[in-house]
Design a protein around this ligand. Structure first.
Ligand SMILES: *[C@@H]1O[C@H](CO)[C@@H](O)[C@H](O)[C@H]1NC(C)=O
Ligand SMILES: *[C@@H]1O[C@H](CO)[C@@H](O)[C@H](O)[C@H]1NC(C)=O
Ligand SMILES: *[C@@H]1O[C@H](CO)[C@@H](O)[C@H](O)[C@H]1NC(C)=O
Ligand SMILES: *[C@@H]1O[C@H](CO)[C@@H](O)[C@H](O)[C@H]1NC(C)=O
Ligand SMILES: *[C@@H]1O[C@H](CO)[C@@H](O)[C@H](O)[C@H]1NC(C)=O
Ligand SMILES: *[C@@H]1O[C@H](CO)[C@@H](O)[C@H](O)[C@H]1NC(C)=O
Length: 411
C-alpha cells in the first residue's frame, strides 16, 4: 500500500473545500444548537423542513421563541403542516439586527414573512409590523393585529450581516391565518387539484380507474405526477377507450414517478426514470430531459413538455403536460390513424431494450403536434426558481463527496 501522493492529498483537500463552499453560507440548525433554551424551536425548524428553506435564503431574520413559548404553541395540538405555517410567519424576509430594530425609519415598518411567500396568506396577514416603542423597546405584531404589540424583541442570538439575523422574541406571534388547519399532502385531493389547473379530463379518467388509488398510496412516500392538459387528453380519449382495462391502468400510472421531484430536481436529474407503471427492468420508463428552460418527458413515441406547476409541496409534485405520454409497451404495435412518421418509428424499434432516443427523433408526436405553441402558463414555474441555486450546490457537494470517496478508495 502506498502513501497518498501530495496530489491526492491536494485533491481531497480541494474537494472538502468545495464541499464546504457548496453548502449554504449559514446553517440555522447549527446557529441554534448552542442555545438549549431554543431546542424545541430548533427541532421544529428541522421537522417542518423550514431549516433548509432558511439556509437557502439570504437577508432574513429568524424570530425565535424559547422552549416555554413553544410549549404554548404545541399545547394547541396543531398539525405539523400548520406548525410549519406558524413558524414560517416568524421568518422575516429582510435583515433586522438589534441596531436596525432600534433605528427603524419613522419608528415603524412592515416586514414580509416566509408565510407571505408561500402564497397561503391573504391581504396583509403575511406581514409583521415592527414598531419602536418607548423606553428602548421594540414591539412586533401581525400587520392586521389590533392593540398593543403582543411580542417584544428580547435579544439578539446571532448576527451575520446581511445574510441572517437570529433574534429572540418574547412570545409566538398570534395569527389566525397561520394557525388555520392546513391539509397535509396526503389529505389533499389530487383529482380536484388537477381539475382546478386545466387537467379536468385526466382527473375524471383517473377517478374511474384503480390507478387513482396507486397515486394516493404513493403520496406519503413522495410522488411526482404529470397530468396532460384537457386539450391533449380530449384528443387522446378515443385511443384510450380502445385499451384493455389493464392497459388503461398502465397508461394512467405511466404518468406518475414514485419520488418527489421539484422542477430543479427534474432539471438536474436528466435520464431514465421508472414510473408507477414500471414492473420489472426498463419497462414503462420515461426519459426526463432539459430543453432550454423547459423540462421534457420523453417516451419512444412522444415528447411532452411541462407547461405549469399544479402543486409543489414536498412530498407531492404535480405538473401539467402539453401531451399524453404514450408508452411503447402499449402503442408500438397498435395501428394509429396518425400521420406518416409513426409506422416508421415502429419499424425501427421492434424491441424495447434500446438506450434513450436521440433528441430529434422523427417519431416524435404523431398525433398531438397541433398542441404545440406558446403557452401562457410558463410563468407558473418561476416560484420554484428559489430552489435552483440549492440544487446546483447539492450537486457540487455530492460530486465532491463522490470524488473524495474515490480518491480515498484508491489509496
Ligand atoms: C453571506 O452569503 C454569501 C452568499 O452565500 C456568502 O458568500 C458570504 O460568505 C456570507 N457572509 C457571511 C458573513 O457568512
Ligand atoms: C447544519 O448543522 C447541523 C448541526 O450542527 C448539522 O447536523 C447539519 O448537517 C448541518 N446542515 C448542513 C446542510 O450543513
Ligand atoms: C417617513 O415619513 C415621511 C413623512 O411622513 C415619509 O415621507 C417617508 O416616506 C417615510 N419613510 C418611510 C421609510 O416610511
Ligand atoms: C404598526 O402598528 C402600530 C400600532 O402598534 C401602528 O401605529 C403603525 O401604524 C403600524 N405600522 C404599519 C407600518 O402598519
Ligand atoms: C376528490 O374529489 C372528487 C370530486 O371532487 C371525489 O369524487 C373524490 O372521491 C375525492 N377523492 C378523495 C380521495 O377524497
Ligand atoms: C380502436 O380499435 C379498432 C379495432 O382494433 C380500430 O379499428 C380503431 O381504429 C381503433 N381506434 C382508435 C381511435 O385507435
Amino acid at each position: 500500500m502506498q502513501l497518498p501522493s501530495s496530489a491526492t492529498v491536494a485533491a481531497v483537500v480541494l474537494s472538502v473545500v468545495l464541499f464546504i463552499c457548496a453548502t449554504e453560507a449559514h446553517n440555522i440548525t447549527h446557529i441554534l444548537a448552542d442555545h438549549k433554551q431554543f431546542s424545541t424551536f430548533n427541532h421544529y425548524l428541522t421537522t417542518t423542513h423550514l431549516a433548509a428553506e432558511i439556509n437557502r435564503r439570504q437577508t432574513i431574520t429568524v424570530c425565535a421563541v424559547d422552549n416555554a413559548g413553544m410549549s404554548d404553541l404545541l399545547s394547541k395540538q396543531l398539525s405539523i403542516y400548520t406548525i410549519k405555517n406558524v413558524l414560517s410567519f416568524h421568518v422575516l424576509l429582510d435583515y433586522f439586527d438589534a441596531k436596525k430594530l432600534h433605528q427603524i425609519t419613522n419608528g415603524t415598518a412592515l416586514a414580509a414573512t416566509m408565510f407571505q411567500a408561500t402564497g397561503s396568506a391573504t391581504g396583509s396577514s403575511g406581514f409583521v409590523n415592527i414598531t419602536d416603542l418607548r423606553g428602548g423597546k421594540v414591539g412586533l405584531s401581525p400587520a392586521d393585529y389590533n392593540g398593543p404589540p403582543p411580542a417584544k424583541f428580547v435579544k439578539s442570538i446571532a448576527e451575520i450581516p446581511y445574510n441572517i439575523s437570529v433574534i429572540q422574541i418574547s412570545t409566538i406571534l398570534p395569527s389566525d391565518e397561520a394557525e388555520a388547519p392546513t391539509p397535509g399532502p396526503s389529505q389533499m385531493n389530487l383529482t380536484s387539484l388537477m381539475s382546478a389547473k386545466g387537467c379536468k379530463v385526466f382527473a375524471e379518467t383517473l377517478l374511474a380507474s384503480p390507478a387513482e388509488k396507486t397515486f394516493e398510496d404513493n403520496v406519503d412516500g413522495g410522488v411526482t405526477i404529470f397530468c396532460p392538459r384537457d386539450d391533449a387528453m380530449k384528443k387522446f380519449l378515443p385511443k384510450f377507450k380502445n385499451l384493455t382495462a389493464e392497459g388503461k391502468q398502465s397508461l394512467l400510472e405511466y404518468h406518475g414517478i414514485p419520488i418527489y421531484q421539484s422542477i430543479s430536481n427534474l432539471k438536474s436529474n436528466n435520464g431514465d426514470m421508472n414510473t408507477l407503471a414500471t414492473d420489472g427492468a426498463k419497462k414503462y420508463a420515461v426519459v426526463i430531459q432539459n430543453d432550454g428552460e423547459d423540462v421534457t418527458i420523453k417516451t419512444k413515441i412522444v415528447t411532452a413538455k411541462i407547461t405549469a406547476t399544479v402543486v409543489d409541496k414536498l412530498p407531492l409534485a404535480i405538473y401539467s403536460l402539453d401531451k399524453v405520454l404514450l408508452p411503447e409497451e402499449l402503442f408500438k404495435a397498435s395501428p394509429t390513424p396518425a400521420p406518416a412518421p409513426a409506422p416508421e418509428a415502429r419499424a425501427e424499434s421492434p424491441k424495447h431494450s434500446k438506450s434513450p432516443p436521440a433528441p430529434a427523433s422523427p417519431a416524435e408526436s404523431p398525433a398531438d403536434s397541433p398542441a404545440d405553441g406558446p403557452n401562457g402558463d410558463a410563468d407558473d414555474l418561476t416560484d420554484s426558481g428559489a430552489v435552483k441555486y440549492n440544487a446546483g450546490a447539492s450537486l457540487a457537494a455530492v460530486f465532491s463527496l463522490w470524488f473524495a470517496f474515490n480518491v480515498l478508495m484508491e489509496v
